[in-house]
Structure formats: C-alpha cells, structure tokens
Ligand binder design. Structure first.
Ligand SMILES: NC(=O)c1ccc[n+]([C@@H]2O[C@H](COP(=O)([O-])OP(=O)(O)OC[C@H]3O[C@@H](n4cnc5c(N)ncnc54)[C@H](O)[C@@H]3O)[C@@H](O)[C@H]2O)c1
Length: 471
C-alpha cells in the first residue's frame, strides 16, 4: 500500500515537473526556474575586447563638446580649469547656447572655439574634424549612443553623460564600435568620485569591511520643480513612455566598483518591481493641464540583482515622490557597514578599527554607528589618492560639490598618460542595462531577467577594480 502511495506521489511530482517545463519552458535541465534572456550577439571575427584598453599618450587633449543645455556649459567651464586641455569646438542645436558658452572661454582668457549649430546633424561635422581627440556629449538620452558611435567611427575617444545608452541594441552597438575602433568610450558617471563613496571604496579594497556581500544604490530625486527645464521636454517624455529604472547609473556605478563587476565577479540576473505611477501623472494633468495619457514610469522602481559570487545589489529609482534626495549608497560586509543617506556613517567590528583612529575602540558600541569623530578619523586615514591630489581644487571649481571636476580631471589625466580610463565601455553597458532589462522584468510579472556578460567571456580576467596611475 505504502509502495503504491509513494509511486502515486512520484507520478504526481513528475507530472507537475513536466507541466512546468513542457508547457511554460521555464526550467533549466536541473529543474531551476530559467531567467528571461535577451539576444547577446557574438563578437564579430577579428574584433577584440577593450578590457584595460590603453591608447597613445595625448599631451594636450583637444576636446569638442556637443549639447550645451544645462549640463554642457558647466562641463566646459570645468575644463577651463584643467591643464593640458584645448577646447576646440562647441555644438548645440541652438546658436545662442553656443554663443553663451563661448563667453565662458572668453572669461577664462581662452581662444574662441569653432561653432556648430542650426541643424540636427551639425554635430557630425564637429566629429569629422581632424584636430579633436575627445568628443564630450551632454545631450538628451536618446541621442547619446548614436553620437558616441559616430564619434568613435571618426577616430575620436568619447565621453558621454548618463545614461549613455537606453536599449540593449544601443548597448551592444556601442560595445561593438568601441571594440572595432579600439577607442575609449566612457560614461560620465560622476558619483563614483564623491568623497564618501570613493573613501569607502578605498576602505573596502583594503578589507576594512571584510567580504562585501550586499550593496545598495539609488536615484531618488523629486524632479517636479525642474521638469520644465529640459529641451523639448525630453526627460518627462521619456518617463511618460518607459517603464523601468531608466536612470540607474548614479546608484549602480559606486556599488559595481565595490563588487569588482567584470573584474572578478559578474551580475547574473535581476528582478524588478514598481509601484503604480501617480504623482507625475497628476502633475501633467493638474499643473500643466495636459492629458497624461498612459503614463508608464512607476512611482518607485526597485531592482534586485544577484551576482556570480553570491553577492546582492538593491537599486531604487523614484523621481516622483516628495522625498529628500538620496542615492542610498549602502554596503554591508562580514565585518562592517557603511551608509551615506540619510545618515552618513560607518559601523565596524572592533577588530577592524585601528588604535590610531580610535584609541578606545574595544569599548565602542557595535550596535550603532561609530561616532562622528571616529568616522572623520577613518575618512582621513583612508582618503583616496585621487582625493589627496584633487580635493582642494575640486572644491573650489565645484560641480556637485567637486565630484564632477574630479571625474573630468581623471579622464584627462588618463588620456594624457596613456592609461586605461577609470570606467570602460563594459561599465557603461552594465550600469545602463537596467533600463531595458528592468522593463522586461516588469512587463513579465517581475520575472528574473538574465544580465548578459557584456565582456563576452572576459569578466574574470582582471582581478579587482583599480584606478590607474603613472608609476
Ligand atoms: N551626472 C549628473 O549629475 C547629471 C546632472 C544633470 C544632467 N545629467 C545628464 O546630462 C545630459 C544633459 O542633460 P541637460 O539637463 O543638460 O539637458 P538639456 O535639455 O538642458 O540640454 C540638452 C542640450 O542638448 C542639445 N541638443 C539636442 N539635440 C542636439 C543635437 N542634435 N545636436 C546638438 N545639440 C543637441 C539641446 O539643444 C540642449 O541644449 C542628460 O543625459 C542628463 O541625464 C547628468
């Protein structure tokens, strides 16, 4: 009787398994639920990866800027403070924006730059010039990828504002062009240079937190007061038409560096969930008096990511709710914890605190943050070499408290010295792929979605994320 019962149970289990695998095809050979996948094109023959890419040294980096709205002129202004740079050309759709930016050069005592404007395609002429080394792009999201690709095809290195690509097709095209041309292709993610983030990265790399297992990042920024400021309303339009975490790089950048993504670990899959859109929909209807139509972007989007080495990442996006600005930035390791928003602080096992930082560290309470005094001492002790070099000037020049100037200075330093850039095209791909892949997850009841290995097999070649310096 018992034998018959066991056989029956086995038969039921087998039928169940068959149903899941044959009808939905959602299980792999081991019976595990299979993530949804996107097309990962093979590397074309003759093309090689750009891991650790270096290019010949450029003594004076000649730069052309495309996009002179809110962000562009500030970048031009910062570049006037970087030695060994020549601002060769300026481009925007609108001639008056180019004129206004010329005034920045004039004020800095620099020669006027060549001007491009008036047509949707004028930027191509800028890219075709043979006296430009770097094309710096600060236009809206939809134009980024095609501009980077064209610039590289014209033999230029390129740097582009965030997010530098919005779809999987764009991401793969940018990667293929960077590999084909062997040109630098950097996404201008400034938050990786912020003071708390870079100091904490240095601490993590020196083992202060033990093994880092869980990290958080976010873009939480109530944009209601600034929706009207963007050219042709591109930013609101993008939110209106796209579900998913469409602005993930400020959260992703610092945490991916902490986890050595494609330098020893890789992201395997993600799962996303969003709450229904309310506030921006209401803003369009009540404040603008327009029809919000089918507004797509969720009020709050959450994404969870699992890595090959068993680590987890939590990313959030909310540009709709009346919340204080936050990029979360949190790290939990086996021996310590770091948190930036809303309270900046560290908690560490006493064994991790050196006596030069806190003489009485054995008595520290491990259930709360270390005191402000100890935090300051830790931050001083672990100040990153990049901050030691640039902090003072960065705080004077400014740009989100200095991190923008540090980003630009590092880009130029690496180009001048023929070093690999701090962020490569695979970082660009990994940090921007959340836009298309979270949308896919959301459209499928939060199903897991595979994150491709954008290095196509090279994610474990480099061991650990490191900034390059002249030896
Ligand atoms: N990293 C940061 O902290 C940060 C902060 C703000 C903005 N951004 C990013 O910077 C980028 C630009 O944002 P913004 O606020 O300056 O937008 P914006 O709308 O103010 O400016 C975009 C500019 O691009 C120009 N443009 C559009 N199409 C063009 C074309 N075909 N040729 C030449 N110029 C063209 C527009 O005329 C406009 O002047 C976005 O990607 C945004 O996300 C990043």
């Amino acid at each position: 009787m018992k034998k018959l019962f066991n056989l029956l149970v086995l038969a039921l289990l087998l039928t169940g398994c068959t149903l899941i695998s044959s009808e939905n095809n959602k299980n792999d050979a081991n019976g595990n639920f299979k993530p949804l996948t996107t097309k990962s094109p093979e590397r074309p023959p003759g093309q090689k990866d750009v891991l650790g890419l270096t290019a010949p040294k450029i003594e004076t980096v000649r730069v052309g800027f495309i996009g002179l709205g809110q962000r562009g002129p500030r970048a031009v202004s910062r570049f006037t403070h970087i030695p060994g740079v020549e601002i060769v050309a300026l481009c925007d759709l609108h001639a008056d924006r180019v004129e206004k930016t010329q005034k920045i050069l004039e004020k800095a005592g620099l020669p006027a730059a060549a001007e491009y404007s008036g047509s949707e395609e004028s930027w191509k002429e800028l890219c075709q010039r043979d006296d430009i080394d770097l094309v710096y792009i600060t236009t809206d999201w939809k134009r980024h990828a095609s501009m980077m690709i064209y610039a590289m095809e014209q033999g230029k290195h390129t740097a582009c504002e965030v997010p530098a690509a919005m779809t999987m097709e764009e991401i793969w095209d940018v990667i293929d062009t960077a590999e084909k041309t062997q040109k630098h292709c950097m996404q201008l993610e400034n938050c990786v240079y912020d003071f708390f983030e870079l100091t904490t990265l240095n601490m993590a790399q020196k083992g202060v937190f033990g093994e880092v297992l869980y990290v958080e990042g976010a873009y939480i920024h109530h944009l209601e007061d600034i929706w009207d400021r963007f050219e042709s309303d591109w930013r609101l339009e993008y939110n209106k038409n796209h579900r998913g975490d469409i602005y993930a790089t400020h959260g992703m950048g610092p945490v991916c560096q902490l986890l050595d993504i494609h330098r020893g670990d890789k992201m395997n899959y993600l799962v996303a969930m969003d709450s229904k859109p309310v506030s921006i929909h209401n803003y369009i209807k009540n404040v603008r008096g327009e029809d919000p139509g089918d507004f797509k972007n969720g009020q709050h989007t959450m994404t969870m990511i699992k890595t090959e080495k068993g680590k987890t990442i939590h990313i959030q996006h909310d540009v709709a709710s009346p919340r204080p600005y936050s990029r979360m930035y949190q790290l939990t390791g086996t021996k310590g914890f770091a948190n930036k928003y809303p309270v900046q602080g560290y908690a560490l096992e006493s064994s991790q605190i050196d006596s030069d930082v806190a003489p009485n560290h054995e008595e520290l309470n491990q259930h709360s943050f270390l005191s402000e005094e100890v935090m300051k001492a830790l931050m001083e002790k672990y100040k990153h070499p990049i901050h030691k070099e640039l902090e003072e000037k960065a705080k004077k020049v400014g740009g989100h408290g200095g991190m923008d100037f540090i980003m630009d200075s590092r880009l130029i330093y690496c180009l001048q010295n023929g070093l690999p850039l701090d962020m490569d095209v695979y970082d660009l791909a990994e940090w921007t792929c959340l836009a298309p892949l979270t949308a896919l997850s959301l459209e499928n009841n939060s199903a897991p979605v595979e994150i491709p290995d954008f290095t196509r097999g090279g994610w474990n070649k480099t061991k650990g994320y490191r900034h390059a310096f002249v030896e």
